[in-house]
Each structure stands twice: as structure tokens, then as C-alpha cells.
Write a protein that binds this ligand. Structure first.
Ligand code: SPD
Length: 359
């Protein structure tokens, strides 16, 4: 185990796959092992994630066997060397769907928790920060959004937030895993309430295929609420997927996608921004928010617009405070407001330095 732990911490010297087209240097650069692993198109042998509850505590680790066959726990490859733990009061649901292992438990500090393939997706206490930001950062950046597509988001929390916007007429959601929807309806009614809105049209299936079939220019906004890009979700950070998104957006339409933690994955963020800059000819920005139960306590969002009427993501043209009924719709906004929106784009100096594609 010691050897593997050390390997995880190692940085490997490698050539930047983008060569000189990114920063023009073409030099060998250091990519942390976590980012290399996150870039792998398939989960590595023996690293399939499973929910781990040991002695009454959940951590984002994965069980494996040492050379003597004894069960040992390794860190998740996306964030080697750390694991935030939550005390488990009670396991409420644990089953394998066709796609992943789904776990719901009652924690003592953060309420109910949803975990997919061993990775924490949300807790009742802090889900507001993620869902409100990923929905309102894009929707408050354009005037009167009407047609919105959600990729993933089967828990319904992002739908709940989009529904605050009375200008929205249609919300398509494409979620691959029916079990996530069912589990959310049973255990997370405050999120699944999003499905009850008559503007929502649910499509259970593969979003990659859904987007290929989507009419050109149909959506004002597309929100990608995915899991982390290891294994199946890897395709959601690749060029063909972003190309299909850009095609499905109207001119001056916006994309908001979950974009990992600046404390852990600046190389991954750099890669995604680099790809998106090539595809989205409007603007590309990175924002972040505090979500205490996500690795490193923060999560990032990438905001992109297609060529067309310019979009100023940093200064929302459609402030939530001015939208009739939005602050109170279904439940009070807990995290998002216009000040938080503007502040979310302020980046620490190390991020400005390391994410070269932002320059
Ligand atoms: N590292 C966890 C990232 C989880 C992103 N998806 C959350 C789903 C909430 N609707």
C-alpha cells in the first residue's frame, strides 16, 4: 500500500499532449498523477469506485486488496492523499444500477447524502451552493432564457433552480440513470421537486446521443451537471461533446459545466478551457464556489458562450433579485445572489498562473 500511496503522490514528467498549440512553449511540464488519472479514458484496472463505509464513517476511498489478499483502502484517483469523512448514522439505500453503485445515507452533520460509485454527489446541507450556482450563473447572464437543457442532474436540484426563472418555457433533462431519479424522489424530495414543474421534459438516456439529435440552435442555455470525469463521464469533457453542445445552442447561447476544484485539478481545468476556447467563439470564463463536502471544499464552473450577441458573464444582465418571485420560488435561495455571482469569477493568483488557457 505504501508504494501505491507514494505513486499517487508522485508527479510524472510528461509532454503536454497539446504540444505547442496551447502556450507555445512545447516544453515538458509536470502533470500531477491525479490529473493524469482523470484523463484516462477508462477507469484503471482495480480502481473501480465503490462506496466505502468503515466503522461508521463514509470516505471517498475505494477498497482493494494488498498482496496478502487483505482489504485495504486507496484514495480516489481524482484526489490522491486525502479523504473527507462523514459520520454515518444510517444507510438508507445501497444498490447497483445498470451504470453505477447508488448509496444514500443519513449523516450526522450534513443530513442525507447521495453517493454514486463511491463519490459524494450532494448533501442536504450544502447542495444549495452547487445547484444554485450551476443554474443561475448561466441563466442570469442572458436575457429571458426560454429553452434550457440539463445534462445529467437526475437528482432534480438543478431543475428546481432553473424553475425560478419565469421566462423559461421548456426544460429538457437527459439523465442516463433512472435509479438516480427514483432515489432522489424517495430520499431527496426537496431536490426532486424540480421534476414536478410542467415545463420539465424528462429523457432517460445517453446525453451524448441526445445532443447529437438535438436541433441546431435550439437552446438558450445548456447546463452539464455531471459526475467527475473518470470512467463513463470522461466523454463529457471531450471535444466532440462540446462541439455538439455548441451546435445545439443558439448564437450567444450559454453553457455552464461543472469544472472540478482549482486546488486539485488546474491541469484538467486548463485542458477543458483550452478545448472550449477553440469551440466557443463568444467568451469562456471560470468561476468557483465553496461546497464543504466536495474534495478540497470548492467546486468550479466553466461558462462559455457561442458566437453571437456578446455575453458578459461577470456582470449578470438578468439579476435574480429583479426576477419576479425568483427568490422565493418553491423555497428561499440559500446561497446565490448577484454579489456572489460577480465574486465567483475572482481567481486566486496561483490559478491565474497555472491555468494558462485563461490568459
Ligand atoms: N466531486 C463531485 C462532483 C459532483 C457533481 N455533480 C453533483 C450532482 C448534484 N446535482
Amino acid at each position: 500500500m505504501e508504494g501505491d500511496a507514494l505513486k499517487d503522490l508522485d508527479c510524472q514528467r510528461t509532454l503536454d499532449g497539446r504540444g505547442s498549440s496551447n502556450n507555445g512553449s512545447g516544453k515538458a511540464i509536470l502533470i500531477p498523477a491525479c490529473c493524469l488519472k482523470a484523463k484516462a479514458s477508462k477507469p484503471e484496472l482495480g480502481t473501480k469506485c465503490h462506496s466505502t463505509v468503515v466503522s461508521g464513517w463514509f470516505s471517498e476511498t475505494q477498497p482493494s486488496s494488498d498482496k496478502f489478499g487483505k482489504q485495504v483502502f486507496f484514495n480516489n484517483p481524482m484526489w490522491p492523499g486525502e479523504a473527507h469523512s462523514l459520520k454515518v448514522e444510517n444507510i438508507l439505500f445501497q444498490e447497483k444500477s445498470k451504470y453505477q453503485e447508488v448509496l444514500v445515507f443519513q449523516s450526522s452533520a450534513y443530513g442525507r447524502v447521495l453517493v454514486l460509485d463511491g463519490i459524494l454527489q450532494l448533501t442536504e446541507k450544502d447542495e444549495c451552493a452547487y445547484q444554485e450556482m450551476i443554474a443561475h450563473l448561466p441563466l442570469c447572464s442572458i436575457k429571458s432564457p426560454k429553452n434550457v437543457l440539463v445534462v445529467g442532474g437526475g437528482d432534480g436540484g438543478v431543475l428546481r433552480e432553473i424553475c425560478r426563472h419565469s421566462s423559461v418555457e421548456l426544460i429538457d433533462i437527459c439523465e442516463i440513470d433512472q435509479m438516480v431519479i427514483d432515489v432522489s424522489k424517495k430520499f431527496f424530495p426537496e431536490l426532486a421537486i424540480g421534476f414536478e414543474d410542467p415545463r420539465v421534459r424528462l429523457h432517460v438516456g445517453d446525453a451524448i446521443e441526445f445532443l447529437k439529435q438535438a436541433p441546431e440552435g435550439k437552446y438558450d442555455a445548456i447546463i452539464v451537471d455531471s459526475s467527475d470525469p473518470v470512467g463513463p463521464a470522461q466523454e463529457l469533457v471531450e471535444k466532440p461533446f462540446f462541439k455538439n453542445i455548441a451546435r445545439a445552442l443558439r448564437p450567444g447561447g450559454v453553457l455552464c459545466t461543472m469544472a472540478e476544484s482549482m486546488w486539485l485539478h488546474t491541469h484538467l481545468i486548463d485542458d477543458i478551457i483550452y478545448i472550449c476556447r477553440e469551440i466557443f467563439k463568444g467568451s469562456v470564463h471560470y468561476a468557483w464556489a465553496s461546497v464543504p463536502t466536495y474534495p478540497s471544499g470548492v467546486i468550479g464552473f466553466l461558462l462559455c458562450s457561442t458566437e453571437g450577441p456578446p455575453v458578459d458573464f461577470v456582470h449578470p444582465i438578468n439579476p435574480i433579485e429583479k426576477l419576479r418571485g425568483a427568490l422565493e420560488f418553491r423555497r428561499e435561495l440559500k446561497f446565490y445572489n448577484t454579489q456572489i455571482h460577480e465574486a465567483a469569477f475572482a481567481l486566486p493568483s496561483f490559478v491565474k498562473r497555472e491555468v494558462t488557457a485563461l490568459r
